[in-house]
Design a protein around this ligand. Structure first.
Ligand code: M6R
Length: 608
């Protein structure tokens, strides 16, 4: 997704912007650019390619001197990744420059109207419409022009705008795309995400929908879309800047996998007190829990996969029915939501467009929404009725690992709390499960300490064309995530199947030498899954089994076996996912793939 950084203050803007954009690289991008006011006019440099190209083009920012500027990394939506389509975009007189994250949905009709009024477009982007529209409405008052544009455009936008006639300020605007504002003694900043400005300030304002900020070097003013001044509270961000660096690991993904024991422990420590679950930030009363009759889990990608596990665990432990939907489907499927329904939106970033939209729709329908999010202050965290934070810290690698693991933990805690309040879990059972949870971080650590076998195995399958993951129940949910981890970073085609469903079609793809990863951690389904394993083996598959350490007889059936430590079967996902994350990672490294920034992917999918 696109990244925005802007600065106005007492220092040279361009190097600060370049530095900030580098911290947003995790979002994925295909081109980059900057606009800096040099004392006389706004100068723009932009180029397709990595940030390095922009750094070279501007000699590390030296060729764009000035104390006021905005920068952008673009992830192409409208128009191919080209220099012309890169941001910033100018009006024709080059007196206004705009950077934009989001999508202007009515850009075609606006473009036609502007062309009718004589405006000439030089790019295929929706963003250029904004530059010309600002020009059209600008009669000497930038705030007035901006709010007029806000009333005309439909869609989502986070904007950084500078006007040559007002070289003492940057305007920031937001609707349904993330944007923060930071303040320090050396100036003010805008950014799509906190790490971009963490080096300079920890005093941050999270912009709400349809707010405008006017940044000067020594002051900040916020306005509504009606140009009325509004007061906002700042938040002090306590993230460790170091936490956003690789810390000696070859890739962020590897580092983040190894952080899993710690973040799981952090999440547990925050939530377990006096043999009970007390989720501090969760403003749900016992009555609120007791009134839940049905749960709808809504999410995308890995967060959806965590949700699939959540369905099994909540139904097992709390005996409350759960439906799980992909947010992109849920928002358009007209779901039946009766009295007592709770929607749980799961998201690492808290800014995923489909999840945000699904949540907004639920709020409009007066359905209570609980958000499970990693980023405090994100759109989903702010928009939900209730929040449970997953304490994974900043996750940089596009492929999620530690955030997914903390999502699982948050779901277990929620399921247990609900089960206890609903009377489905007796106190003794509840307390035993708390002990099981407390053993998980150490068990994950043991799995991560012993990676040689999975690495050797991964090296053997680097040339595989297609790999299948199968399992039943919670093992199916684990398979979904194992398969996604592999395919998104190694580019090997992979599919996850409910093991019992294989024979209804997909088994025709199994041939001599096809690798099938068989997840088999659920005691009640063990024999059933073994039967499916035997079926694929009979058709020539090579089977890697992931199973519990007591299942030694698995070695008779599978070609390779990875064991996970003994724990409650409801929590097996937290253990079985570790070798699968490692498998995907080692295959991708051996293939020479860009592990942290896989092609075509973005960390935070803020457009539909
Ligand atoms: O930030 P979110 O959890 O809402 O993101 C959802 C998906 O985009 C994300 O999980 C994606 O599937 C990751 N690439 C998975 O590793």
């Amino acid at each position: 997704m696109c990244g925005i950084v802007g600065y106005i203050g007492t220092k040279q803007a361009a190097p600060i912007i370049l530095e900030g954009l580098a911290k947003l690289e995790y979002r994925g991008y295909d081109s980059a650019g900057m606009a800096v006011y040099d004392g006389q006019k706004i100068r723009i440099k932009k180029s397709v390619g990595r940030l390095k190209v922009l750094e070279e083009l501007t000699h590390g920012g030296d060729l764009l001197p000035g104390y006021l500027g905005v920068g952008h990394t673009r992830w192409a939506t409208h128009g191919a990744p080209t220099d012309a389509n890169s941001h910033p975009h100018y009006n024709e007189k080059e007196t206004i420059a705009v950077v934009h994250n989001g999508i202007i949905e009515n850009y075609i009709s606006l473009r036609t109207k502007l062309e009718g009024k004589g405006y000439t477009f030089v790019s295929a982007t929706d963003t250029e419409v904004l530059a010309h529209l600002l020009d059209y409405y600008y009669k000497g008052n930038p705030l007035e022009a901006i709010t007029k544009v806000m009333h005309r455009v439909e869609g989502s936008y986070a904007l950084g705008v500078i006007f040559a006639e007002y070289p003492d300020r940057i305007y920031a605007v937001r609707k349904a795309s993330p944007l923060i504002v930071g303040q320090s003694p050396e100036g003010c900043f805008i950014a799509s995400d906190v790490p971009a400005i963490l080096k300079y300030t920890r005093t941050v304002y999270f912009m709400e929908n349809l707010e405008v900020a006017c940044l000067k070097d020594d002051s900040l003013t916020f306005y509504s879309a009606d140009e009325e001044e509004i007061k906002k509270e700042s938040i002090t961000v306590d993230w460790d800047a170091e936490a956003a660096e690789k810390g000696g690991y070859e890739h962020f993904m590897l580092k983040e996998m190894y952080e899993q024991p710690k973040v799981l422990e952090d999440t547990l420590k925050k939530c377990i007190r006096n043999r009970d679950i007390c989720i501090e930030e969760l403003a749900m009363t016992e009555e609120d829990f007791a009134s839940i009759k049905k749960i709808h889990i809504v999410a995308c990608g890995s967060s959806y996969h965590a949700g699939v596990t959540g369905k099994y665990v909540i139904e097992n432990l709390a005996r409350v029915p759960v439906e799980v939907d992909l947010a992109s489907e849920f928002r358009y499927r007209n779901p039946i939501l009766e009295e007592g329904a709770l929607v749980i939106v799961i998201s690492q970033s808290g800014e995923t467009a489909d999840s945000l939209a699904a949540m907004a729709d639920m709020r409009d329908k007066n359905v209570k929404v609980l958000a499970l999010v990693n980023v405090a202050g994100s759109g989903i965290a702010r928009g939900a009725d209730y929040v449970i934070y997953t304490w994974a810290g900043p996750e940089i690698a596009v492929a999620t690992t530690k955030a997914y693991s903390t999502q699982l933990m948050a779901l277990y805690l929620f399921a247990m709390k609900l089960g206890k309040i609903k009377g489905a879990l007796k106190q003794q059972e509840f307390e035993e499960m708390l002990q099981d949870l407390l053993r998980l971080p150490g068990q994950v650590e043991r799995l991560l300490a012993n990676t040689g076998r999975i690495q050797r195995f991964a090296n053997r399958y680097v040339a595989a064309r297609s790999i299948f993951f199968i399992g039943r129940g919670i093992d199916y949910a684990i398979s979904l995530e194992g398969s996604l981890k592999l395919k998104e970073i190694s580019y090997i085609h992979s599919e996850a199947y409910a093991a019992g469903e294989l024979k209804h079609g997909t088994i025709s793809l199994i041939e001599e030498g096809t690798l099938v990863v068989c997840v088999c951690t659920q005691p009640a389904l063990y024999q059933k899954t073994i039967s499916n394993m035997v079926e694929v083996k009979a058709r020539g598959a090579i089977v890697l089994a992931v199973t519990n350490e007591e299942n030694r007889e698995m070695e008779k059936e599978a070609d390779y076996v990875i064991y996970i430590p003994k724990n409650n079967p409801n929590f097996a996902n937290s253990l079985a996912i570790i070798p699968l994350q490692l498998f995907g990672y080692y295959v991708a490294v051996e293939k020479g793939c860009d592990v942290d920034k896989p092609r075509n992917l973005a960390k935070s999918v803020t457009v539909e």
